[in-house]
Design a protein around this ligand. Sequence first.
Ligand code: GLN
Length: 483
Amino acid sequence: MHHKTIAELSTELAAKRISSVELTRLYLERIQHFNNILNSFITITEEHALQAAKQADELRSQGKAGALTGIPIAQKDIFCTDGIKTTCGSKMLDNFIAPYDATVVKNLKLAGTVMLGKTNMDEFAMGSSNETSYYGPTKNPWNIDYVPGGSSGGSAAAVAGCLTPAATGTDTGGSIRQPAALCGITGIKPTYGRVSRFGMIAFASSLDQGGPLAKTAEDCALLLNAMSGFDEKDSTSVNQPVPDYTANLNHSIKGIRIGLPKEYFSHGLSNEVATAIQTAIKEYEKLGAVIEEISLPNTGLSVPVYYVIAPAECSSNLARYDGVRYGYRCKDPVDLQDLYKRSRSEGFGSEVKRRIMVGTYVLSAGYYDAYYLKAQKVRRLIRDDFAQAFKKVDVILSPTTPTPAFKFGEKTHDPISMYLSDIYTIAVNLAGLPGISIPAGFVNRLPIGMQLIGNLFDEAKLLNIAHQYQKITDWHKQIPEGF
Ligand code: GLN
């Protein structure tokens, strides 16, 4: 049962072959058993889950069930949950209980899903390996010596290890797509503004976007239906109708134009990943897609630009953790300065501090023009590159990451090499575009992800193109041994 997709579980529930309470118990038992190994959950909400499952079963018996009613899911611990601890992977928020639900949490609740718990993540979503979490790293179920990716690594590992059928994530520079790739599952980062950021703890507000991680594009479509939509509580949420993503999954992709950015297939890309992606491209050709080479000339600038803009925004967003209002407070401060200083130095981990310092520097009076303003101008050029490309092609295809999962400790002492894990995902956030990662092969039993990038609000198109690939391949059906 736990190998099934949401779509399949939904059928099981509808046919009354299993109840939501039984299904929820099954996943809770798996979490009890495997979380010691994977460390993918920070909080397990057993009582809450069983209660919600019972309600879902009642709704179903009254004939009021939708596609997601009674489906267990997990929430990344960056989404505020009413009455349940929300840590954002940080000591700073180890004692924080939100007094309200994030809109994503609320929407998924309204759709009838059952929350199993809150998943592990890099501290304040800063990282690509889950190694910056205050709660210790999450392990990759394909091989526990390897990272699951980050920052939504807890969510990705939990889905890959079948501890939950699906989970939420957030993506500022790749944090849904990169862990999805490294764990062999499907994850979509929607267009900026498609999913509300209300109640989603802010890292870099102009880049952050929530989205689902699941086994298949079809499941992502089901979840995105519930997660998307205008929210007056988020001023950057876009007031545009949400299409029915599941109703758009069966269009032929004959004649569709797929662009391959030459800059994404150059040095830095491992041979094995390149070979897997070439094979996937052939599958698309079989489906009638037309493949074209394109150029995104400013690609090389995306990582440097991101590491000016994201730290700048984070230094501002994280100024609120001052030991006064909520979160960690140091012991026995001698005065107000001491309270601020020690609460922040004791409460934040080193990667977060590095970002706050870089961000403060690039925003300071003497350096603002040289760094922050310049980065914003280059960001525009990166966006324009995509706009040009989408005049010629419908979607862009690339690897999600340059290599498969790496070992723990391999990149922790070299931040730049860690930052380069997101080389193919970051530009998509800078341009505000939607991107999906789908499983496309293995190297030494470690999964490889393929990324599809769409034009603004083209989620339906991306999900359909991903779904067509999943109908003729079975990479997404592979389950790590022992799970
Ligand atoms: N790995 C990138 C970073 O460390 C992206 C993180 C994210 O998307 N939240 O900032």
